[in-house]
Design a protein around this ligand. Structure first.
Ligand code: F6P
Length: 326
């Protein structure tokens, strides 16, 4: 057995399909490498409260296909404070755990970064969020599944939109990022996509809607990301209705169905690869880094870097929505 004897794992922030597959991979890779694995229940809040239990290989059996997270998740306010982080460190040290895997998004990694600096606990992060808004990895765990869910839902809405020659504004998740919206728009052949990263130009939008939608004989779909800056799907729909009172407009907010459900094979494999890579990174003395996959290669990205930089939407995909809606 090497220097690390015990490895803790927790999930933090918004849950994402595939988190269970990542937990399973961390626990089993830890055991494979001769370490004990500990599950921390309830994210950072559970860590502060000491809800920590030893996990054996069989404890993570039959979870690879399940959405949500068996470890539960939370957005802990207390962990944002120095006092909260000190309590959390105490809980780990009491149990002889000095290495931790955090599965979450950039908020979770910001907390982890301070935790490492203040308490000398070794932390490696795994990107888990449906939003895909983490710099340093091509895809985050849960993104592929969330897009598949959104695409299936939009396909269904398209049936009824077409039956009534209606124009639908469909809101998908993504508070700060338009990744789910953009991919869903391309995969469903939407007329337009509105994302937080780009200011909505209403004149432009009318133009693209007019090209494809005619209330007398066709339907239309506009995908709107939750964080779109001019107020989201309802607000945009109202503005369009004022200019075009003859349009038959409806709004549908897909909401939390995008966060749940069985993970896609892509997310299961990604989560498994990243879980094993996170344990390898800990055993390799890496600290304060997120493991990701870029161009099929495992990469280690310092928390500082992934927190500071934002991942850009692919401009080619953005222009493709326009090209394909002529
Ligand atoms: O996990 C990402 C996300 O689903 C965002 O798209 C959304 O804005 C946010 O989480 C909602 O978080 P909560 O469920 O904590 O309100």
């Amino acid at each position: 057995m090497g220097k690390i004897k015990r490895i803790g794992v927790l999930t933090s922030g918004g849950d994402a399909p595939g988190m269970n597959a990542a937990i399973r991979a961390v626990v089993r890779a830890a055991i494979f490498n001769g370490c004990e694995a500990y599950g921390i229940y309830g994210g950072y809040q559970g860590l502060i409260e000491g809800d920590i239990r030893r996990l054996e290989s069989r404890d993570v059996g039959n979870i690879i296909q399940r959405g949500g997270t068996i470890l539960k998740s939370a957005r802990s306010q207390e962990f944002r404070t120095e006092e909260g982080r000190a309590k959390a460190a105490e809980q780990l040290k009491e149990r002889g755990i000095y290495a931790l895997v955090v599965i979450g998004g950039d908020g979770s990694f910001t907390g982890a970064k301070y935790f490492v600096q203040e308490h000398g606990i070794q932390v490696v992060g795994i990107p888990g969020t449906i939003d895909n808004d983490l710099y340093g990895t091509d895809s985050t765990i849960g993104y592929d599944t969330a897009v598949n869910t959104a695409v299936q839902a939009v396909d269904k809405i398209k049936d009824t939109a077409s039956a009534h020659n209606r124009l639908f504004f469909i809101e998908v998740m993504g508070r700060d990022a338009g990744f789910i919206a953009l991919r869903t728009a391309i995969a469903t052949g939407a007329e337009a996509v509105l994302v937080p990263e780009i200011e909505t130009d209403l004149t432009d939008l009318y133009h693209f809607i007019e090209q494809d939608y005619n209330p007398k004989d066709s339907s239309g779909i506009v995908i709107v990301a939750e964080g779109e800056k001019s107020g989201g799907a309802y607000s945009i729909a109202e503005k369009v209705a004022q200019v075009h009172p003859n349009y038959d407009i409806r709004v549908s907010v897909l909401g939390y169905i995008q966060r749940g459900g069985s993970p896609s094979q892509f997310d299961r494999v990604l989560a498994s690869q990243l879980g094993v890579a996170a344990v390898d990174a800990l055993l390799d003395d890496q600290n304060s880094v997120m493991v990701g996959i870029m161009n099929r290669e495992i990469v280690h990205v310092p928390f500082n870097k992934t927190i500071k930089h934002t991942k850009d939407l692919n401009p080619e995909l953005l222009s493709m929505v326009r090209i394909l809606s002529v």
